[in-house]
Design a protein around this ligand. Structure first.
Ligand code: PBG
Length: 323
């Protein structure tokens, strides 16, 4: 036996030297749920340690996350039912509390990178990402609303726009609108390959944003398809996306790998709510070791090719990496 791969595993120094993939706190993007009001810190039961925050409660928590070294945040609004309408008009209204939170965070934490979500669903009385009419999701009439939402977020100070709606042509429209409004430096992290997944359940519960009827299969991708992700990625690149995202992450590691091999843009992956909830639940039952399972998952997403990972585990992972 001349070749014994175990020699390169014989102690921790050698294992570390030959380690191919590393996870760093800089790879993490932390999704945070927001709600209007004061004194609110409502725990999402399926994602223990994750909350819907009102601004006053958020600020001290945000400071502690910054101290852990987390630098990038994806913000999601939970919108009161009475503010929702068919076109999601609250999304760009001056009084939208979400825009106020962005302004305040940018003032208080200028070094933090803030990312937004662009889609109609949290603002729509139909709970769909585009305009809903007679059972159809209308693509082109949705685009100007997405553009307007993105410009409002840019005016509030957002660094990265995250179109999660999967309408055709939205990245190009958002890029044009941002540029015309003078926001040439605002980036776009496109949800390039976003699948019609069962793993979004806890998120929709957290934001009360589930579709009121039907499903999202006419705009989100079929989990059976991989090559189709290349079409989406080509379009997003041509339309000016700065990052390409795959979502969910764990059942789609092959898609992350495919985009990494075929595109030079940075690739990100969204380790979605249902993926994290499974680990929390199993750990609570004593079936899995939380820390080790979490780190193995995050590492596997990096190994598949993701530069950045959106994950509800961000603070827990950052704590472990700091220790
Ligand atoms: C909204 C949006 C969703 C997620 C992020 N943005 C849900 C959906 O498309 O229904 C899911 C995130 C998660 O499950 O963690 N367009």
């Amino acid at each position: 036996m001349h070749i014994r791969p175990r020699r390169n595993r014989k102690n921790s120094a050698i294992r570390a030297m030959v380690e191919e993939t590393r996870l760093h706190t800089d790879n993490l993007i932390f999704p945070v749920f927001l709600q209007d009001g004061t004194g609110i810190q409502h725990e999402i039961s399926s994602l223990p340690g994750n909350y819907r925050w009102s601004l006053d409660k958020l600020l001290p928590a945000f400071e502690s996350w910054m101290e852990l070294g987390i630098r990038t945040y994806d913000l999601f609004p939970a919108v009161d039912e009475h503010l929702k309408d068919a076109t999601g008009s609250y999304s760009y209204a001056d009084e939208n509390f979400y825009l106020q939170v962005i302004r305040t965070l940018k003032e208080r934490f200028p070094e933090a990178v803030l990312m937004s979500d662009v889609a109609l669903d949290p603002y729509s009385s139909d709970g769909h990402d585009g305009i809903y009419e007679n059972g159809q999701i209308l693509n082109d009439p949705t685009l100007p609303i997405l553009g307007r939402m993105a410009v409002a977020q840019a005016q509030a100070g957002i660094d990265i726009i995250g179109p999660s709606d999967m309408m055709d042509g939205r990245v190009g429209v958002i890029r044009d609108e941002l540029d015309e409004a003078g926001f040439t430096d605002v980036s776009i992290m496109s949800y390039t390959a976003k699948y019609a997944s069962a793993f979004y359940g806890p998120f929709r519960e957290a934001l009360n944003s589930a579709p009121k009827s039907g499903d999202k299969k006419t705009y989100q991708m079929n989990p059976a398809n991989k090559r189709e992700a290349l079409i989406e990625a080509e379009l997003d690149v041509a339309e000016g996306a700065d990052f390409l995202m795959v979502k969910p992450a764990l059942c789609y590691l092959d898609v992350i790998h495919l985009l990494k091999e075929n595109f030079v843009q940075p690739i990100t992956a969204y380790n979605v709510s249902g993926e994290c909830a499974m680990v929390y639940a199993a750990a609570r039952n004593g079936w899995l070791d939380f820390d080790r399972t979490m780190m193995e998952m995050l590492l596997s997403i990096r190994r598949a090719g993701a530069d950045g990972i959106l994950t509800y585990f961000a603070p827990e992972a950052a704590k472990l990496m700091k220790a």
